[in-house]
Ligand binder design. Structure first.
Ligand code: NOJ
Length: 535
């Protein structure tokens, strides 16, 4: 594969080659000692992010919310939940980030509101047939739900509301929890409201938006049944572990409808009126790289998360397939790719790769490979410490997936960060405070302070890899060339460097050149579960 180097003109926007660090607000740093992270906590810890060597931060939702899905159930899009602080705290956080040279991306949740949002409360009060109900997807359906759709979090995607006198209650659609009613994007009021929300935050200085469930806004107009072929189900969006498989043969009248693109063209124009290359990145669990590419046409999103990379198993063949498919897809629309291995919805990648020393070695190797690829990369807080998925005791679980299905859910990748000290809360909050999920005692060896002092640590490795990326990526261009290196090895050249990742069980010959950086010890050969950059 040989791709043209087009680093000119409009292709120099900051986000095209940025590394963004995802901050899970409730688990990053707790300034007020209530056991839950907050904005002042983030502001106080931003130097860690700067020292890591990334370009931007993305914050998970911080809006007023009853927190049934940790803020993805928004009750007011233009304020801050008192749990996390105030609008003044948000302004201070953005200002500090900018002082440190970090861009700020915030989360926008347009597919659904909270059931406590004033619009939904008004819809309940106003009753069937009202303009208030038309902002959501309410239907009459005597005797059962209007169709066979399932919630991503398990169970039916419909809930019946209480009936008024002499009526049968209507049903409303929620593709996620019943506390997250889906908006009716065919109602123009909905689109207008979100344009106001975009402007509200752009005026406050944010640099971009991560758009939640970007593929979900429109549903097939007739809300027809989904054709379900046993064994061919797919969990789109927030689901955990192995339920997230890439499928291309699933009927999905609730996702990825063509009308959605008009929304993003409008948003693109809104952003374009601001200075500083404001951006938006789509969380769109589409069925293929080709369908993902439709979201990143030049007049829509700046970029979309490339979940195919995160979903790939530990296999050179699969990684190579994803790399090739990604470039083919983004190239069709003149976009740049993104790469991600962990986020707040999936098991942390050292655990996905088997856990323990081997899982960590593989995780470091996959990360180093990812950081050499053209495009931008997303890191999730705690991966720079090599944190693994935690088995959270049931009493501390709060994921709606757990409550609706009994699947342990996503809390295990959301455990508060260990910063320093030898016992919980490891500097996450004031001593004596209890983090909302208990941290494992073994994390005493994995704190930021412990790893900063150890040149062999995962933190030191991330800092070195990000520094190395900075020195070469400006000039290395947007193309790569795949190199044949055997079935167990991913190998490519990008500008002056060659990258090799050994997914096999035997050491393999290193490509020619001097080792610039490696994910683990390297001798004459490249050991299994190791990656290296050579130049
Ligand atoms: C995707 C988010 O990443 C996830 O955490 C959330 O539960 C769903 N969207 C619903 O908003």
């Amino acid at each position: 594969m040989d791709l043209n180097d087009q680093m000119q003109g409009s292709r120099r926007e900051w986000w095209r080659h940025a590394v963004t660090y995802q901050i899970y607000v409730r688990s990053f740093a707790d300034a007020d000692g209530d056991g839950i992270g907050d904005l002042p906590g983030i502001t106080a810890r931003l130097e860690h992010v700067r020292d890591l060597g990334v370009d931007a931060i993305w914050l998970n939702p911080f809006y007023p919310s009853p927190q049934h899905d940790h803020g993805y159930d928004v009750a007011d899009y233009c304020d801050i939940d008192p749990l996390f602080g105030t609008l003044a705290d948000a302004d201070a956080m953005v200002e500090r980030a900018h002082e440190l040279g970090l861009k700020v991306i915030i989360d926008l949740v347009p597919n659904h509101t909270s059931n406590e949002h004033p619009w939904f409360q008004a819809a309940l009060a106003a009753g069937p047939g009202s303009p208030e109900r038309d902002r959501y997807l309410f239907r009459d359906s005597p005797g059962g739900p209007p169709n066979n759709w399932k919630s991503v979090f398990g169970g039916p995607a419909w809930t019946q509301v209480e009936a008024g006198p002499g009526e049968e209650g209507q049903w409303y659609l929620h593709l996620f929890d019943s506390t997250q009613p889906d908006l009716n994007w065919r109602n123009p009021e909905v689109g207008d409201m979100f344009v106001d929300v975009l402007r509200f935050w752009l005026d406050r200085g944010v640099d971009g938006f991560r758009v939640d469930v970007a593929h979900g806004l429109f549903k097939a107009e007739d809300l027809r049944d989904q054709i379900v072929v046993p064994g061919h189900e797919r969990m789109s969006g927030a689901s955990a572990g192995e339920s997230m498989v890439e499928r291309t043969d699933v009927d999905e009248p609730m996702w990825d409808q063509p009308e959605v693109h008009e929304v993003y063209r409008r948003w693109h124009e809104v952003l374009a009126k601001y200075d500083g290359d404001r951006m938006m990145v789509a969380e769109a669990w589409t069925q293929s790289p080709e369908s993902m590419a439709r979201y990143i046409r030049p007049d829509e999103f700046s970029q979309a998360f490339n979940f195919a990379w995160l979903l790939a198993p530990w296999s050179a063949e699969d990684f190579t397939r994803v790399i090739t498919g990604t470039f083919e897809a983004v190239d069709q629309v003149g976009a740049t790719p993104t790469w991600v291995l962990s986020n707040h919805d999936v098991d942390r990648h050292p655990s996905r790769y088997g856990g323990g020393a081997r899982g960590l070695a593989r995780a470091r190797a996959a990360t180093l490979t990812m950081l050499a690829l053209p495009g931008s990369a997303y890191l999730y807080q705690g991966e720079e410490l090599g944190l693994e998925q935690v088995e959270v005791e049931p009493e501390f679980r709060s994921d709606p997936l757990w409550f609706r299905t009994g699947n342990p859910g996503r809390d295990g990748c959301r455990v508060p960060m260990p910063w320093s000290g030898s016992a919980p809360p490891f500097g996450f909050g004031p001593t004596g405070g209890q983090p909302w999920i208990p941290q494992p005692a073994e994390w005493s060896e994995l704190t930021v302070a412990a790893q900063a002092a150890d040149p062999a640590s995962t933190l030191a490795f991330y800092r070195a890899a990000l520094a190395a990326r900075r020195t070469f990526s400006e000039t290395a261009g947007e193309g790569i060339e795949l190199v044949e290196a055997g079935t167990d090895v991913v190998c490519f050249r990008r500008g002056p460097i060659t990258v090799a990742l050994n997914c096999g069980t035997e050491p393999v010959a290193l490509p020619p050149g001097e080792v610039l950086i490696a994910s683990g010890p390297v001798g004459e050969k490249l050991p299994p579960d190791t990656a290296a950059w050579l130049g």
